[in-house]
Ligand binder design. Sequence first.
Ligand SMILES: *[C@@H]1O[C@H](CO)[C@@H](O)[C@H](O)[C@H]1NC(C)=O
Ligand SMILES: *[C@@H]1O[C@H](CO)[C@@H](O)[C@H](O)[C@H]1NC(C)=O
Ligand SMILES: *[C@@H]1O[C@H](CO)[C@@H](O)[C@H](O)[C@H]1NC(C)=O
Length: 340
Amino acid sequence: MKSMELVLLLVFLPLTQSVKHSLLYFLTTSPGVQTFPEFVAVSVVDGVQVGYCDSDIKTAEPRQDWVKKLVEDDPQQKQWHIQTCIRAHQDLKALLETLKQQLDPTGGVHVLQEMSGCKWDSETKEVDGYEQYSYDGEDVITLNLKAQTWLFSESAVSLKPTWDKDKNRLLHSNTVLSNICPEWLKKYLDYGNSSLQRTVRPSVSLLQKSPSSLVSCHATGFYPDRATMFWRKDGQELHEDVDHGEILPNHDGTFQMRADLNISSVKPEDWRKYDCVFNLSGVEDIITKLDKAVIRTNGVSVFPVGAVVGVVVGLMLLSVCITGLFIWRKKNKGEKQLID
Ligand SMILES: *[C@@H]1O[C@H](CO)[C@@H](O)[C@H](O)[C@H]1NC(C)=O
Ligand SMILES: *[C@@H]1O[C@H](CO)[C@@H](O)[C@H](O)[C@H]1NC(C)=O
Ligand SMILES: *[C@@H]1O[C@H](CO)[C@@H](O)[C@H](O)[C@H]1NC(C)=O
């Protein structure tokens, strides 16, 4: 179960990186996959998973100690999450059925996801709400909260008349996204402040599989996820010959990232001109010189084994769903073409 959650986080985190604070819910339904609950939802505050529910356990569980404390103090919130989990399962399943009938009447396994939640800028006090649905990785319905309209993809546009008429749905989304969500986000930030607003320095190492492969500058154990990492030559940031990895979550709530340098054209005498910079606000930059003596080579895996095993197991469990998830994330980086 844990590994599956990690996979969900891996998939969604890039969406959640922001200087603003965020409370986001990621819901997935894919009926017919034996090894995977029909419905799974996770809630994430500032990139940290705070809650979980699925259609097998039929309840919502806190995922951080300070969230346990919060729901003890506010049992109504726990009830809301349990009820919402059950209702969202039914809603999402019904929407998936409707889409399937239109898009694949022959049947087959499909995945429907919902991402909803709010972002709050603690400086400007501005609140944004989000609600969007994707079918097999394609964005099909997106709420434009400011304009109070739903946007539909070409493939889902037949749903538009029904959704436009359903004023209760819009009202409900409004209440949740504009009122409940920001209020709870602030509460989460309050209860979790010593954890969410902490700063943790990572350990940084240089890793290389074989003398001809890339040198990976790898930082693990840092918090929060608003970090940057780059390679420099003579103090100048390098853009060529560097491959930046995404920031990934560790099991313990910290993050890891890497930047790979292709050293194939670096002359041995030039090695000392290179260094790797890890930058996280609140801690001093961690600068690691490119030096044969400090490169760790014997490890077969460049990344913590736990994370990799988690991903592999998760991928096996989720082979169908995951394909959709990754496609969704990729699509999200591109232009959206939705019909108002
Ligand atoms: C967390 O909240 C407490 C009490 O309100 C406050 O004293 C403390 O400074 C806060 N910590 C951070 C890191 O903001
Ligand atoms: C490194 O760069 C060289 C020359 O540009 C290229 O041939 C090689 O494929 C690169 N290595 C990797 C692992 O990307
Ligand atoms: C690290 O980030 C801070 C804040 O963005 C910036 O002022 C500083 O110059 C950065 N350090 C390097 C070495 O780029």
